[in-house]
Design a protein around this ligand. Structure first.
Ligand code: PLP
Length: 455
């Protein structure tokens, strides 16, 4: 064997069945019972399509967890990874690299104005961990107010701040320190039983009430448009009002844009919908279109300045890893070149119209809501009571969920869709065409009878 030969004599190609079996035997399937895990073998993907081990093609209607905004196999992003690997695969975090400077310059162009100091991580979870530490070090305070029906990550701090029941398995060990919960904003199923607009957005008033009655509040963290928990879009007054409240009480505003950012909502960031700049913005996923794992915690200059003469007690070996930054540069340039933010905005009325038509046709649809290319179809047993088919308790008890049955039928029909407890998410790559949108929504139309029959 020559020194350049990369194959070994014993190397044989695994069958699809072997790939699945080895994966199940040796890996954890996350957020699930291990015994029910039967992963699909994915072998290829291009544009908005994914191919499995049997050669079956699927339309990717979730961008793989709302990540692949650019779609699969973007040549410019792929080239950027190869180029970076050849030039400089790794440098310790303390060094300046050209790629790091290039990305920082681009971020100044696209982030909400005023966010100009960056800490690069490798996921959304650790971007939020960084945000909490920075908020606590900067303010000298401890408590973080988060909201129910939110997800902020899976490590100790970020799962403690997660409002949805994924937190439960870690309680009380993972509780806090100092995390308290405010009601979510959900005008379809208001947790405090109000109706917009006569409510005067009482949920944000309640958040102010919490700040007034708590001591030691460092920050409020919000998903500007809540992702996994149902694409919850706040009324247009909510974020500007929350910004004012935070300023009045000296509390930092953290916007978790891990899912909602990067053009998904028809603006570069969801906060741009209301012209609000948070004190800290966290993001991941779309920053590289998920070609490599990268997260970002961006702060204002004022917070950055604080650490000029206060020790910045934070860091990771892989922070600002050149291999993660180069594809982010390429992703942003590709998004600009292809006009994908504008495209998501342009396609918004088309998707809305199609989904409203579905709602008119299917009695199991209680609500459709969203922005850009980020939509939820919320299923209910009864439109009057808004009772869902399933709750999170059903999910963790392993009961078959109605939304999973529908997603299974769609997959058989060649459309991959994200379903969560009682709603279905529509979030294709931002390069999607009207024809592809129609194809996916038509498939959903065909299988909603499963839910209709249970109403
Ligand atoms: N925050 C939000 C809003 C998310 O949607 C997610 C993941 O889905 C996270 C944080 C955690 O990001 P990651 O899975 O990259 O750690």
């Amino acid at each position: 064997m020559s020194s350049t030969d990369t194959t070994t004599p014993s190397e044989t190609k695994l069958t699809s069945a072997e790939v699945v079996q080895i994966t199940k035997d040796t890996n954890y399937g996350t957020w699930r019972y291990q015994k029910g895990w039967n992963p699909l073998h994915i072998v290829d993907a291009e544009g908005c399509y994914i191919t499995d081990g049997n050669g079956k093609k699927y339309l990717d209607f979730s961008s793989q967890l709302m990540c692949m905004n650019l779609g699969h196999k973007n040549p410019a992003v792929i080239a950027s990874i190869a180029k970076q690997a050849e030039e400089l695969a790794y440098a310790m975090p303390g060094y300046a690299t050209t790629t790091r400077a290039e990305l920082s310059k681009l971020l100044l162009e696209v982030l909400p104005k005023g966010l100009n100091k960056f800490f690069f991580t490798t996921s959304g979870t650790d971007a939020n961990e960084a945000a909490f530490k920075i908020a606590r070090m900067y303010t000298g305070k401890t408590k973080i107010i988060a909201r129910y029906r939110s997800y902020h990550g899976s490590t100790s701090g970020s799962i403690a701040a997660t409002g949805d029941p994924r937190r439960w398995a870690m309680e009380p060990r993972g509780k806090g320190p100092g995390i308290i919960f405010a009601p979510e904003v959900n005008c379809y199923k208001c947790p405090i039983k109000h109706t917009y607009p006569t409510c005067g957005i009482a949920c944000v008033d309640y958040l102010e009430h919490m700040i007034r009655n708590e001591s030691d509040v460092a920050a409020v963290i919000v998903e500007p448009i809540v992702g996994t928990n149902g694409i919850l879009v706040p009324p247009s007054e909510y974020m500007p009002r929350l910004r004012k409240i935070c300023d009045e009480y000296g509390v930092l505003m953290i916007a978790d844009e891990v899912m909602a950012g990067w053009g998904r909502c028809g603006t570069w960031f969801a906060m741009d919908l209301w012209g609000v700049t948070p004190d800290i913005l966290t993001t991941a996923k779309g920053i590289t279109s998920a070609y490599v794992p990268l997260g970002l915690c961006a702060t204002t200059e004022k917070i950055g300045d604080f650490f000029q003469d206060h020790y910045f007690s934070h860091g990771h070996t892989y922070e600002a890893h050149p291999m993660t930054l180069a594809p982010a540069v390429a992703t942003i340039k590709e998004m600009q070149r292809l006009g994908l933010v504008e495209r998501a905005k342009e396609l918004e009325p088309f998707v809305e119209e199609k989904l409203q038509a579905l709602k008119a046709k299917h009695r199991s649809i209680g609500d459709v809501r969203g922005k850009g290319l980020f939509w939820a179809v919320d299923l209910v047993k009864n439109r009057e009571t808004k009772e869902p088919f399933n709750t999170y308790v059903d999910k963790v008890s392993g009961k078959p969920l109605v939304v999973d049955q529908i997603a299974g039928k769609l997959a058989a029909d060649g459309v991959m869709i994200q379903a969560w407890v009682s709603h279905i998410v529509i979030a294709p790559p931002l390069i999607v065409t009207k024809e592809e949108l129609e194809k996916g929504i038509d498939a959903l139309d065909r299988h909603l009878s499963i839910a209709d029959e249970l109403c």
